[in-house]
Design a protein around this ligand. Sequence first.
Ligand code: GSH
Length: 204
Amino acid sequence: MKLYYSPGACSLAPHIVAKEAGIALDLEKVDLAAHKLTDGTDYYDVNPRGYVPAIRVKADEPVLTEANVLVQFLADQKPEAGLMPKAGTPERYRAQQWLAFVATELHKNFSWLWYKDTPAETKTAVKDKLNKRFAELDAHLKSNDFILGKTFSAADAYAFTIINWVNFLGMNLKSFPNLQAFMDRVAARPKVQEALKAEGLIAA
Ligand SMILES: N[C@@H](CCC(=O)N[C@@H](CS)C(=O)NCC(=O)O)C(=O)O
């Protein structure tokens, strides 16, 4: 399987899940400014939206997309890794609830901060909204090591990836000590370190 990624982008989430599950992925880097692969191929031919992440599962099928789906897809390849609860259980829906929260409340709000032409007042409003969501997570993580409770899951990989963007967008987690501790806990995981190194985000 091939993962189309860009260093530190939301594609880091499926990358982390693959590492944690012990799934070997071929990594194909995408230049998101030009929407090109390193060999010059137009990335829109791979994913018409131009977004990473995308996973090529079968050569003759369209790529699979959407970060919150890809982390579940990968987790389900290795259920013994315990990265997602079993499909159809109440725990699975709870996990999906958190994945949808990350996708719609965090990821897509953050996207506005990345766009160069987002008006300043929109950026201020988005940061305000994100800080409210961080406060909610901070309260949740006061009594939980991870989003689903005691053990690391695909939801943590996705949340970690997205919240890490505070470091590049003039935000910080100083008011959210439990969330900061969660970020440190996830960052320290050996498989997360491997993914960060593979993307060139920390020294190898
Ligand atoms: N709905 C997609 C959104 C993915 C997305 O926002 N990807 C960003 C990087 S984190 C991207 O590829 N941006 C390039 C662009 O906007 O052209 C998902 O959830 O996977």
